[in-house]
Design a protein around this ligand. Structure first.
Ligand code: IPM
Ligand code: MG
Length: 370
């Protein structure tokens, strides 16, 4: 199979974790006999530095032409005080919107080898396995009017939380379809005791649920959800929520996995005429400028995002499974980066990438009986 992929390393540790993710992607393609057609582009702070804008037109063209995009991270402290349109994060919002990737899947699970890396009690975390389905192209992130106006005591800031019925409908369908391949349980998160926005959200989700009588639906208010995620994470299978709530809850969810460096994500859009889905794949973590360039960032979230890409954009289930198994094996072996607090000397970013490549190769050879 030919895999046409755009690589956007972005800023900070995005560069080094993406390097490992690409290394692994090459190895998987070699082993399983796929042809790679890779291009590379600029997004975020590095794009502002080189072109003056966080989401250059060239990047937009490359992304629209590719079957899938792999992204590292965006954000640099030198832009902290820049106006919103000159911030690296605007590049990320721009590409999400341009690709129309409205559903962001953030799987969160505990790993046996990492139980002690989580600050939560082992019995609470052990066996936790959920997917946050975050709406990604609507809500407060994109709503208008927005902006800051006036001055002095008259200064005022506005953001708008807005959702249309079709926006809620399509992401809800995605959540229910995913639930069918899992434990058939969707929990929809909202703030319907206060927000009209959430009232519409809940109504539309209830209507969508009628198409999936085999899937159980329940509702939870976002504040309570934040508490239940750490009190009783095993009660969740699919967590369906709007953009900002999903952003916040997914960082909280990282505590279950032991480190935010572990979390992959897949952002999916509409089905193309070819049948493939548009996909943008990125680790959940940020650019961590404090440790950038030191070869110590955890590449497993980025590598897990490659697995998600193989599965969702290319339907390469076997390859995805092999890669996820390799991730688990690396964790068991203890050859992991400092954020996972291994017993011995922490491994470097590049060593973790090498270990994954070896494991994938070995597992394939064993399966083929070579
Ligand atoms: C995320 C990030 C982004 C978001 C930032 C970098 C704009 O926090 O992907 O979770 O808020 O969506
Ligand atoms: Mg976030």
């Amino acid at each position: 199979m030919k895999l046409k992929i755009l690589i956007l390393p972005g800023d900070g540790i995005g560069v080094e974790v993406t390097r490992e993710a690409v290394k692994v992607l090459r190895q998987v393609s070699n082993v399983y006999g796929h042809e790679l057609d890779l291009s590379e582009g600029l997004l975020g702070g590095v794009a502002i530095q080189q072109t003056g804008t966080p989401f250059p037109d060239r990047t937009r063209e490359l992304a629209l032409a590719a079957d899938a995009t792999l992204l590292g991270a965006v954000g640099l402290p030198e832009f902290d005080n820049a106006p919103p349109e000159k911030r690296p994060e605007r590049g990320l919002l721009g590409i999400r919107k341009a690709l129309g990737v409205y559903a962001n899947l953030r799987p969160v699970r505990s790993y046996r080898a990492l139980l002690d890396s989580s600050p939560l009690k082992n019995h609470l975390v052990d066996g936790a396995d959920l997917v946050i389905v975050r709406e990604l192209t609507g809500g407060l992130y994109y709503g208008t009017p927005r902006g800051i106006s006036g001055s002095g005591a008259e200064e005022r800031a506005v953001n708008t939380m807005t959702y249309t019925r079709p926006e809620i409908d399509r992401v809800a369908h995605m959540a229910f379809q995913l639930a069918r391949g899992r434990r058939k349980h969707v929990t929809s998160v909202d703030k319907s005791n206060v927000l009209e926005n959430s009232q519409l959200w809940r109504r539309v989700v209830v209507e969508v649920a009628r198409d999936y009588p085999d899937v159980t639906l329940d509702h939870i208010l976002v504040d309570n959800c934040a508490m239940q995620l750490v009190l009783n994470p095993k009660r969740f299978d699919i967590v369906l929520t709007e953009n900002l709530f999903g952003d916040i809850l997914s960082d909280e969810g990282a505590v279950l996995a032991g480190s935010i460096g572990m979390l992959p994500s897949a952002s999916l859009g509409a089905q193309k005429s070819s049948g493939a889905r548009t996909g943008l794949y990125e680790p959940v973590h940020g650019s961590a400028p404090d440790i950038a360039g030191q070869n110590k960032a955890n590449p497993l979230g980025a590598i897990g995002s490659v697995a998600a890409m193989l599965e969702y954009s290319f339907g390469l289930i076997e390859e995805a499974r092999a890669l996820n198994a390799a991730i688990e094996k690396v964790l068991d072996s203890g050859r992991t980066t400092a954020d996972l607090k291994p017993h011995g000397k922490p491994a470097a970013t590049s060593e973790v990438g090498d270990a994954i490549c070896e494991l994938v190769t070995k597992a394939y050879a064993v399966a083929e009986g070579n």
